[in-house]
Design a protein around this ligand. Structure first.
Ligand code: TRP
Length: 331
């Protein structure tokens, strides 16, 4: 069975875009592949070396993934910092990662430009740590978006270089993995593209949002003054609302509002009310599970320990072999 690895950013609440996109795919993948999903808390230190609430952030992400349906009995879900073998592999890979190639990475350059006073060696070697995350389990499939393509290419470079330098066909090549080709695109509520893309409060509906908050956000969604001719093409912010309806409401509801739009009889307030209620109904079970799991300290501890043990089983085997290949020997 092929191995899948994905790192989850340890900051930020999950929104509907994450849920209907990446997470739905994770949930399906866990039945078909040997999956490792981990919370990338070490990576978070590259930009925030002294985080205010590291544990709280990690907990929130763990709780929300479990609530959304990642099954710790099927996938190995763990916290990156619980697996010290990752840090050890990172150290070895760092010896063969060149300054020039690290400096050329787009994400590094972007971060240097954005925060020129916050450039540490960890930020520079972020792609090496990511390669260690993947190579530690000898994974071949990595479900990441386009923005991670360059990092993944660097993972292949580091793995191949290791194989060449130590003259051992050891690490396989990891590639971006598109589980389903018809990726659902969830637009944001500000009419400006994907949910979560823009920072503005109100652009995204979070799985943990209360019904009142969801209603408020949806009612504030951007609209226009309405269609002026029958069967008129929808401007993008209106199309966005219809796209959301398509995902969270029934086909009947979609058709109903589509017909009203085409007859120039639509009232956006009614559409938004319906959309908000359907979002609330759709997310209710997850919201309840988020609350239950967040309060179940014993369960969280059990999941984290179980995941770390499974991840370390795979990781320690790799480290044992890597040490042998490099030439470390016991006396
Ligand atoms: N860099 C990834 C992101 O920003 C997170 C990540 C860290 C990751 N390590 C990984 C993703 C390993 C896949 C595999 O989203």
């Amino acid at each position: 069975m092929e191995t899948v690895v994905s790192g989850i950013r340890s900051t930020g609440k999950l929104h509907l875009g994450n849920y209907y996109g990446a997470i739905q795919n994770f949930i399906k993948m866990q039945h078909e592949y040997n999956c490792y999903f981990f919370i990338a808390d070490l990576h978070s230190l590259t930009t925030h070396p002294t985080p205010a609430d590291l544990h709280g952030n990690v907990k929130q992400v763990l709780v929300e993934y479990l609530a959304a349906g990642i099954d710790p009995e099927r996938a190995t879900i763990y916290i990156q910092s619980d697996v010290p073998e990752v840090a050890e592999l990172y150290l070895y890979l760092n010896m063969n990662a060149y300054l020039g190639e690290l400096e050329r990475a787009t994400s590094f350059k972007d971060k240097v430009r954005a925060n020129p006073d916050n450039v540490n060696a960890g930020l520079l070697t972020y792609p090496v740590l990511m390669a260690a995350d993947i190579l530690i389990h000898k994974a071949t499939k990595v479900p990441v978006g386009k923005d991670q393509e360059q990092h993944l290419e660097m993972s292949r470079t580091f793995g191949n270089r290791f194989n060449r330098l130590y003259n051992h066909e050891y690490f396989p090549e990891p590639y971006a993995f598109n589980y389903s080709n018809n990726l659902v695109k969830i637009p944001g509520l500000d009419g400006k593209g994907k949910m979560g893309k823009s920072e503005g409060e109100g652009n995204a509906v979070y799985l943990s949002d209360s019904p009142e908050v969801i209603r408020k956000k949806v009612m504030r969604a951007v609209t226009d003054s309405g269609p002026t001719a029958e069967n008129q093409e929808k401007p993008s912010e209106i199309q966005n609302l219809f796209d959301l309806i398509k995902v969270v409401s029934t086909p009947d509801t979609y058709q109903h509002f589509d017909e009203l739009y085409n007859k120039c009889q639509i009232r956006y307030g009614d559409l938004k009310k319906q959309l908000a209620e359907d979002m609330i109904i759709g997310t209710a079970p997850i919201r309840e599970r988020i609350n239950d799991i967040a309060n179940d300290q014993a369960y969280l501890r059990q999941v984290a320990r179980f995941g770390a043990a499974k991840a370390r089983e795979s990781a320690s085997k790799t480290i044992r072999e890597v040490r042998e290949i490099i030439g470390f020997r016991n006396f």
